[in-house]
Design a protein around this ligand. Structure first.
Ligand code: ARG
Ligand code: MN
Ligand code: MN
Ligand code: MN
Length: 298
């Protein structure tokens, strides 16, 4: 397969420095050769431009949405690169950056395919809006925005329609949800698999259940959005919003393998690796290991 590697050096959605260095960190660790091992041709597209905004200007375009204008701009450009990659039959692998870029990726995928699903592996839901967010950090809103919920500059990124139907969204690993997010999950009856639920059912059964739903709905493509804080905090020091009670590395790999083996994953984000918080590159090395593993089966 052809893989387009796209780096997005952005921290604005997290409002905490660190994730902007992840793309070059993974390149230093030879991500291109690692992925090429598995019979893939990897094209490194370099990094997309992220405009420089001074900290004191972060509320310039909205009083509660930090760095709104820059995030909209980056996501619009990302959407187009993802769309073009898919149209050229390449697999867009988007390296964040923080999770605000999930919006751009999904926007691009949703233009390339009619029926898409999103699998969002994350300790968080990232389904806040400007009204429910306690932080004003847009990385906690990107999945809501992709579903057409939230501030219109965000929901209108790339094209003015919702990018993904709520029934085709699967959130895996959630264990730190804000009150507003919990309400939305009830309201929209979202498919949420908490760690507890995944362990109870077993990974195989969870993936079977998801695949069955996708089949019934004639899904053509899955976008996999992987936030490294999906994994238990004790294995990932290098992330900005770590959460305990998560899966270990072995369980995570088992899940990634089963998902990859559906052969429906056509695009992926890898986000929230914070190199400034990392200890002895533990999280960066884990990122390489996880991508190596996943692309063996994709
Ligand atoms: N729920 C919190 C917020 O909205 C945390 C979000 C963390 N998101 C992430 N992509 N790491 O601010
Ligand atoms: Mn996230
Ligand atoms: Mn998260
Ligand atoms: Mn909270």
């Amino acid at each position: 397969m052809d893989i387009n590697l796209i780096g997005i050096p952005i921290f604005y959605g997290a409002d905490k420095r660190g994730p902007e260095y992840a793309p070059s960190k993974l390149r230093d660790k030879d991500i291109v050769s690692v992925l090429s091992k598995h019979n893939h041709r990897v094209y490194d597209f370099g990094n997309l431009h992220v405009p420089e905004i001074k900290e004191y200007n972060k509320f310039y375009s909205h009083h509660n949405l930090k760095y709104l204008k820059a995030i909209v701009e980056v996501n619009t450009n990302l959407a187009h690169v993802v769309y073009s990659s898919l149209k050229a039959n390449s697999f867009p692998l988007v390296i964040g950056g923080d999770h605000s870029i999930g919006l751009g990726s999904i926007s691009g995928v949703s233009k390339a395919y009619k029926n898409i699903a999103v699998i969002w592996m994350d300790a968080h839901g990232d389904i806040n809006t400007q009204d429910t967010s306690e932080s004003g950090n847009i990385h906690g809103m990107s999945l809501a925005n992709a579903m057409g919920l939230g501030y219109e500059d965000l929901t209108n990124v790339y094209c003015e329609r919702k990018k993904i139907a709520p029934e085709n969204v699967f959130i895996l690993g959630a264990r730190d949800l804000d009150d507003g997010e919990k309400i939305l999950i009830q309201e929209k009856n979202l498919n949420v698999y908490t760690i507890e639920k995944i362990r109870d059912k077993g990974i195989e059964k969870v993936v079977n259940e998801i695949t069955q739903k996708l089949k019934n709905r004639n899904i053509e493509a899955i976008h996999l959005s992987f936030d490294v804080d999906f994994i238990d905090a004790k294995y990932v020091p290098g992330t900005g919003t770590p959460v305990g009670q998560g899966m270990n590395v072995e369980e995570t790999k088992k899940l990634l393998k089963s998902l990859a083996e559906t052969k429906l994953i056509k695009s992926m984000d890898f986000v929230e690796l914070n190199t400034l918080l990392d200890k002895e590159d533990i999280t960066a090395d884990l990122a390489i290991d996880l991508l190596d593993w996943t692309f063996k089966y994709i």
